[in-house]
Design a protein around this ligand. Structure first.
Ligand code: GLN
Length: 307
């Protein structure tokens, strides 16, 4: 097999040459204006080899990828009790859909759709004294070993002012008694958490504990119960790309979580943590070139949870 660095560089070159780079999210003006030619790919292996190419050092907002890290904190704090508030089933609906919340009486299908993430934020607010996003930031700083992980305040304030659907989801959950804090405080913490910005290189580092049963090679124990880390990976596999999760599993075969800024965090258990960023999205809101890059990487390395 060629050197990992050569594979990574080659893949970035190939995906950049694609004709269709997808469409930037129009949810926020800061995302809508993104440069669709940007592609960053970073891989950190179990023995700490780092391979990066393209725009891997350029920061982007995590958006829904932040849900992996808030769920990590919630599982460490509450263990299996988390599943009394949120389910573990794929929804087959878009990330901000409200339909299932009505059908299941305020019990979100999983923690990676917006409704589920809002309930997880609500849980964490009990521990965070108001600053839930800073709790998530501290975890990312610890994992990435980089103090530069920051909340992009411009994205945070613009997201908060346009979050009518998320407010509807939070109100709905609250009307069924599945939100303890005020809708405003949950929305504020959630939008700040989504605005956490870091590079693909740092994100790949931050995902290492997931390939390793909850232990990070530098930061130490993140999830004391290895089962929790495997649960997160299983949810990434089944729910990480929303209504595109089945197609993604068939193409890439790795647990992964996407965000509407174009980032994807993927995990090859015991092998590598991978982060890719390219702002153009496909019809399900997942990075188009990012998904293609991961498909190529899994083919060329043989990394797949399906053997
Ligand atoms: N901040 C976005 C939202 O709440 C995150 C969604 C996403 O990345 N899919 O809608």
């Amino acid at each position: 097999m060629p050197e990992l660095q050569d594979i990574v560089a080659q893949i970035v070159e190939e995906v950049r040459a694609e004709k269709d780079h997808g469409t930037a999210s129009d949810a926020l003006p800061q995302l809508a204006g993104a440069d669709l030619d940007k592609v960053g790919l970073a891989v950190v292996t179990a023995d700490c080899e780092v391979a990066v190419a393209g725009d891997a050092d350029e920061p982007f907002s995590l958006q829904s990828i932040s849900k992996v890290f808030s769920l990590t904190l919630a599982l460490e704090a509450y263990g299996e009790d988390v599943w009394k508030r949120v389910g573990r089933e794929p929804s087959g609906d878009p990330f901000n859909s409200i339909i299932d919340l009505e059908r299941h009486e305020g019990f979100p299908r999983n923690p990676f759709i917006n409704a589920g993430a809002l309930v997880v934020v609500d849980l964490l607010l009990d521990r965070a004294e108001g600053d839930e996003a800073d709790l998530v930031r501290s975890l990312l700083v610890r994992l990435a070993g980089d103090e530069n992980v920051r909340i992009d305040e411009e994205i945070a304030s613009s997201d908060a002012s346009s979050s009518y659907t998320n407010q509807a989801l939070a109100n709905f959950a609250k009307s069924f008694g599945n939100l303890n804090h005020s809708v405003d405080s949950v929305i504020e913490a959630y939008t700040r958490q989504c605005s956490l910005s870091l590079s693909s290189r740092d994100l790949a580092k931050a995902g290492r504990f997931l390939m390793n049963n909850g232990a990070d090679p530098e930061a130490g124990t993140i999830l004391a119960d290895g089962h929790s880390a495997r649960q997160i990976a299983s949810l990434m596999m089944t729910c990480g790309q929303y209504d595109g999760s089945g197609e993604f599993a068939a193409r890439v075969g790795l647990p992964a979580k996407s965000g509407i800024a174009g980032g994807i965090l993927a995990v090859a258990p015991r092998m590598a943590s991978i982060a890719v960023w390219s702002p153009g999205l496909d019809k399900n809101g997942n990075s188009m070139l990012g998904t293609l890059a991961l498909a190529k990487l899994s083919q060329r390395t043989g990394w797949s949870v399906f053997g």
